[in-house]
Design a binder for this molecule. Structure first.
Ligand code: GTP
Length: 596
């Protein structure tokens, strides 16, 4: 019955206890026994490794009998906590009527608490504040409630106090969910409209999608149509996650579940598309999701050119599970054929690269990430550049604009001085600074390129790990930027070019070259690294040749030792690309990220 369904997400800052509370809800509502809970987790991980697919249940349906003895179906949708994945959060929230906002009773409100809560409020969801970890001695629920009211601005008088660890207060949370979160709208008699929240690829079943039925009902065996692509399929199987994958014959209005239509062609599924029935089609699709734009771009290349085709296939498969991943073919004279990929942030880039390597057995090299620049040409045309190598010639550039992010930093007052010094180094503009009881909120405009270069780590380091950061694209702004080329033994290596600010360009280039020098191994000959702007060399350094050959340590024909040494050298060469006759490791491409 639709009036007894509740759809909600759990949102929180990292480590505030989202997973612990989710597990506790599953356990209390009989989804899994204690033994099954650990088995379930292990199963998923084994399968993930074995088949190279993501099978993590992203929604869980549990059944709760309330204190008034009424049975409720609760569907909760998992959301990642990290700043790079706010898009995923907003997608999950689209499928819900409510959100549980978890705040650690010892840490208080942090940047992602604020950002995720605002996303939920903007989408019109009912937000239930929950103070977790009250079992800890240092817990201060009263103060945290004040912070929720002061910093976020939502009412926290009735916030639930609980402990995911001991289970205290979890029943109150369940009762609050059924009383405060509205039941879904729509009914079973309407024409079917279901939104695709997420999809992933299974080698055996093809595409599996997570959907939310907004109107009508969906039956196994019926023919459906994807409203944006007009493609038609027969529903082979449908069901829910409890978190076990359970098949059902019908998914009713308001429910969240999975659907398999035997789709093997990956391009046919778009997250955010609406499914309707062919027999009684709906007139209009659901609004779908806001399209996200990647914030950073990098070239990704297989170290072995023979892996290009596998790489292409892997990207295709991965992108259906990650609709925020953008890619297009890129050809580099230094690195050969690869893809220019767009990511939501550095963590996203790291995760994608490691998923590609782990799940598809690839060995990849990425170039330094770049933000997207807007360039006004002398003929008044505006172009967007995501690759330093596409930078136009200086004589046809009228204006270069760089992306500026609006950042919110929350920190205990002790570190405010350090944070301001750090932000000043990053070409930032302070917008506001507000003192609350235990926390200070600083709002800054900072160039996106400065944020992606280590800002988060530096912020953590100047605040002993206490400050938290959330940012989003704000605007493009005119900036004094140049393209810096890197030459190795006089050959320009296109994949090493970067865009930097003219301020301190000499100093920055020297530091960059020094970092590169540290990462490139010695060769049998001198390796000269130079940085240039246009034709002008502005920094230079030499990696002296190896004086001794590795093999020179082997006396005569000690073949086994020789083999061992060669093997060792081979391992060391992993994640290296041979450019001309010079081996360049991954770290060289990331030198700009490692500068302080
Ligand atoms: P991410 O998945 O990284 O975003 O973290 P999360 O929000 O899911 O947090 P998680 O549930 O993994 O909990 C983070 C840490 O806090 C873990 O070490 C938990 O054991 C601990 N923790 C969670 N809830 C409680 C609680 O109620 N009391 C205590 N003492 N510890 C808790």
């Amino acid at each position: 019955m639709i009036k007894n369904i509740r759809n909600f997400s759990i949102i929180a800052h990292i480590d505030h206890g989202k997973s612990t509370i989710s597990d506790r809800l599953i356990q209390m509502c009989g989804g899994l026994s204690e033994r099954e809970m650990s088995e379930q987790v292990l199963d998923s991980m084994d399968l993930e490794k074995e088949r190279g697919i993501t099978i993590k249940a992203q929604s869980v349906t549990i059944f709760y009998v309330s204190q008034k003895k009424e049975r409720y179906q609760l569907n909760f949708i998992d959301t990642p906590g990290h700043v790079n994945f706010s898009y995923e959060v907003s997608r999950s929230l689209h499928a819900c009527e409510g959100a549980i906002l978890i705040v650690d009773a010892t840490q208080g409100v942090e940047a992602q608490t604020v950002a995720n809560c605002y996303t939920a409020v903007e989408l019109g969801l009912e937000v239930i504040p929950v103070i977790n970890k009250i079992d800890l001695k240092t817990a201060n629920p009263k103060q945290v409630k004040e912070e929720i009211e002061d910093i976020i601005g939502i009412n926290a008088i009735d916030a639930i106090e609980c402990s995911g660890k001991t289970g205290v207060g979890i029943i109150n949370l369940l009762e609050s969910i059924i009383y405060n979160i509205p039941s879904p709208r729509g009914n079973n008699e309407e024409s079917l409209r279901a939104i695709i929240i997420d999809s992933w690829f299974d080698n055996y079943m093809g595409v599996v999608s997570l959907i939310r039925i907004k109107n009508g009902q969906l039956k196994k065996g019926e023919t459906i149509q994807f409203m944006n692509t007009n493609k038609k399929y027969t529903v082979e199987d449908i069901g829910i996650f409890t978190p076990k994958k359970i098949s059902k014959t019908t998914l009713f209005c308001g429910e969240v579940g999975w659907i398999i239509c035997g789709i093997k062609k990956i391009n046919n599924i778009i997250v955010g598309d609406t499914i309707t029935s062919v027999k009684f089609p709906a007139l209009n699709p659901l609004p779908g999701f806001k399209k996200v734009k990647p914030q950073i771009y990098a070239g990704v290349f297989p170290t072995d050119a023979n892996q290009y085709v596998i790489f292409k296939e892997a990207l295709k498969k991965l992108s259906i599970n990650d609709s925020s991943l953008f890619y297009e073919i890129e050809q580099s004279s230094a690195l050969g054929f690869g893809f220019r990929c767009g990511f939501l942030g550095l963590l996203h880039m790291e995760i994608v690269q490691s998923r590609l390597e782990r799940e598809y057995n690839l060995n990849l090299i990425s170039t330094a990430p770049s933000v997207i620049y807007e360039i006004l040409l002398t003929n008044n045309q505006i172009i967007k550049i995501d690759n330093p190598n596409k930078f136009p010639k200086l004589n046809i550039i009228k204006e270069i604009r760089e992306p500026i992010a609006k950042c919110i930093i929350l920190s205990p007052p002790d570190y405010v001085g350090n944070i301001i010094v750090l932000c000043n180094k990053k070409r930032s503009k302070q917008i506001s600074i507000t003192y609350y009881n235990r926390q200070v909120s600083l709002i800054y405009e900072i160039p996106m390129s400065e944020i992606i270069l280590n800002f988060f780590d530096e912020l953590k380091s100047v605040s002993s790990g206490y400050a938290s950061l959330e940012y989003e694209f704000h605007k493009f702004q005119i900036s004094n930027l140049v393209k810096l080329d890197i030459l190795i033994n006089s050959e320009k290596v296109d994949a090493l070019s970067i865009i930097i600010h003219k301020k301190n360009v000499q100093y920055q280039s020297r530091k960059l070259i020094e970092k590169m020098k540290e990462s490139i191994p010695r060769h049998q000959f001198d390796v000269i690294i130079q940085a240039s702007i246009g034709n002008q060399i502005i920094a230079r350094s030499t990696i002296k040749q190896l004086r001794k050959n590795v093999l020179s340590k082997c006396y005569g024909g000690d073949i086994s030792r020789k083999k061992k040494l060669l093997k060792k050298q081979k391992i060391g060469k992993k994640r290296m690309k041979k450019i001309g006759n010079i081996h360049i490791p991954q770290e060289t491409f990331f030198s700009i990220l490692n500068m302080d």
